[in-house]
Design a protein around this ligand. Structure first.
Ligand code: HEC
Ligand code: HEC
Ligand code: HEC
Ligand code: HEC
Length: 210
């Protein structure tokens, strides 16, 4: 019994290490952007774009002013918004459109800009599946720990827990948005604005009165 548990642990460790490696190299590949955008690096590392050499700067531009500013007062060089602009960006490399569906527009209705996976498709598969994705239990555990830390107002621990959930499932939007909220509580300062009182929006983490 003890031996099989140990073997299980060793196997688990091996699986975790194998999963960890591409993620770490994704952080290295994302370079300076990974300093402030952990969630997006995780999303992007779930796709084949890193292996294809399509990095943050391929889509957002070099963005030197944005990096130097640190507060997004200077926007990245390129920030496409909406179906039309995003499709134009995709088409700049995928000139023939979607090889699977032959679509030439609406890329973002089926492909997440970073993870490239289709969130709607996944939901369909989840309800149809007999067994649940085993990662969900782990995600739920981290999310519950995160919410527990939120009630204690330990924003650092909350951020760690939500980020851990996002690492397990990079395309989980809830984990990403909770990690962002905790990050905002941890670094509440907003340039040019004075925060009045302690009240904040529980979803975004932004102060209610400035
Ligand atoms: C020193 C910190 C820092 C670095 C480094 C950094 N960013 Fe940002 N970036 C921010 C902040 C702060 C925001 C606004 C808050 C957010 O959305 O997380 C932001 C927002 C963005 C946005 C969304 C802009 C918007 O207003 O919708 C994009 C796209 C972006 N960054 C891309 C990049 C890319 C690409 C790099 C690497 C070349 C990079 N960032 C490096 C801090 C940084
Ligand atoms: C294939 C192109 C592509 C690549 C590669 C890419 N992005 Fe984006 N990114 C986008 C698009 C398109 C949006 C806008 C999505 C929208 O508004 O619906 C976006 C949005 C963002 C945002 C705004 C917040 C959010 O999550 O929507 C940030 C921050 C960001 N990207 C950072 C990064 C970083 C950091 C990297 C590298 C790890 C990266 N992006 C790689 C296309 C890309
Ligand atoms: C700077 C060039 C570039 C841009 C911009 C770009 N791609 Fe790609 N993409 C590639 C390359 C190169 C590959 C790997 C070869 C291939 O499959 O065509 C790839 C692969 C893919 C794949 C298959 C891999 C996977 O993970 O399933 C999808 C899906 C994809 N891209 C979607 C998009 C979407 C959607 C956009 C717009 C948000 C986009 N790409 C923007 C260069 C780019
Ligand atoms: C109606 C939904 C839909 C739209 C719209 C769509 N795609 Fe796709 N795309 C898919 C599906 C489904 C796949 C197959 C995914 C898989 O195999 O996991 C796919 C696969 C891809 C692939 C990888 C093909 C391969 O051989 O592995 C690329 C690249 C791609 N799409 C690019 C795009 C681009 C660029 C656009 C916008 C011009 C776009 N897609 C629009 C659904 C769509």
């Amino acid at each position: 019994m003890a031996r099989s548990t140990l073997a299980g642990l060793i196997l688990l460790a091996a699986v975790l290490t194998a999963q960890q490696q591409p993620r770490e190299s994704a952080f290295r590949q994302a370079g300076v952007c990974s300093r402030c955008h952990v969630v997006q690096v995780l999303e992007w590392s779930a796709s084949k774009h890193p292996a294809a050499g399509t990095g943050c700067q391929s889509c957002h531009g070099k963005s030197e002013g944005h990096v130097a500013n640190e507060r997004n007062e200077v926007k990245p060089d390129r920030l496409p918004h909406g179906d039309r602009e995003v499709a134009l960006l995709c088409a700049s490399c995928h000139a023939a459109g979607c090889p699977k569906t032959s679509k030439t527009s609406g890329c973002s209705s089926c492909h997440h800009a970073h993870a490239l996976s289709n969130p709607n498709d996944k939901q369909l598969r989840q309800t149809a599946a007999v067994t649940e994705d085993p990662r969900l239990a782990e995600v739920r555990r981290h999310m519950a720990e995160g919410e527990r830390q939120v009630t204690r107002q330990d924003w650092r621990a909350a951020r760690e827990a939500f980020a851990a959930a996002a690492r397990v499932m990079p395309d989980n939007r809830r984990a990403a948005s909770r990690a962002r909220m905790a990050e905002r509580r941890l670094n509440p300062a907003m340039p040019g604005l004075e925060i009045v009182g302690d009240a904040f929006d529980p979803e975004s983490g932004l102060p209610l009165h400035v």
